[in-house]
Design a protein around this ligand. Sequence first.
Ligand SMILES: O=C(O)CCC(=O)C(=O)O
Ligand SMILES: [Fe+2]
Length: 234
Amino acid sequence: MQIKFNENFDLDAAAVEFQHDKRGRFTDVLDTSNASEIYTGLKSLSYDLALIHEQRYMSIQPSDWTSMDPQTKQKYITMSHRYASHGEGFIYGRKNLSAGGCGVGSIDAFNKWLNSKAVIAWIKKVSGHDDIVAASAQATRYGPGQFLTRHKDEHQTEQRRVAYVFNFTEKWHPDWGGLLQFYENDGTPRDSWTPGFNTLSLFDVKHIHSVTYVTPFALQPRLSITGWFRATPL
Ligand SMILES: O=C(O)CCC(=O)C(=O)O
Ligand SMILES: [Fe+2]
């Protein structure tokens, strides 16, 4: 499968748009049939549960979560909520794609495309970060009750420069939550971006942001491929 940009996506205009505030939300970014196939692939993946437990990042494998008794599950969720109440928590489904392929053709092809010379050259031009060499990638799934509190994506060892989120859920309703919300340094909310099908959210890692709570009445999970264009090789 050959991944390509949508023929109507204006790569130069996106670069101009990004320069205004070092971020941009772009629609109809990938070839539509590519995006549909990736969406199908994302629905078939199984995701680890990422959360904070005892002040550490923790990842629970799907089989462990399924076999866990309800009280223990609740203990993890309660603990995450306790951290979140102080602005530090998260719970969402995560599948790392940078430690070898995931076995789903469309997603592996996408990951390869993201790290291709053409895409890396484009993102260097868009961001002005000439030291970018690679893109890390993870598939994420936010279902009802899941969220990622306010943070910045800066990272010393990975030397992340630009965060990207390719969104794939068809017909996302903004009332379902799961919005990419930006903030001022003092915590004042700025604008928020809805994760529409085949949209790309691109932002410099200096921006403070969160993924808002996905409401109990969301009819579908929020499925994305996200990661960072970085100056350290993978
Ligand atoms: O999924 C998103 O819109 C943003 C995700 C994010 O901020 C992160 O994983 O650090
Ligand atoms: Fe982030």
